[in-house]
Design a protein around this ligand. Sequence first.
Ligand code: AMP
Length: 111
Amino acid sequence: MPTIFHKILRHEIPATVVFEDDEVMAFKDIHPKAATHLLFIAKKDADFVPSIADLTDATAHVPGLLIRKAQTFAKEQGIDGYKLMFHVGKSGGQEVFMLHLHFLSEKKLNV
Ligand code: AMP
């Protein structure tokens, strides 16, 4: 079933996109828990995984992909301190079942 993030990916609902390439999109969290609170998601169908709990050998690279893009983005933005987080499962605080990496920093973005 398509999640709200699938709809953002297809531009069916609006989001403030701060980074996008062939593999990954990052947009602002609608309820920010830090000065900068972004969500990184994978774009390719083959990289779709609902949660860390659902990873398989075929999708094991996806968290690394999201982390690498977040790291590159932070470097480009001059952000040297940040938190990266995955909520896993309903009891782990996960609400949207399309794997996403939370990026939080007290430094404000220029975008
Ligand atoms: P999680 O609890 O890990 O599933 O995180 C889901 C996150 O998505 C929460 O921090 C929400 O604030 C955020 N969120 C929900 N709907 C939207 C939306 N339409 N645009 C941006 N962020 C959203």
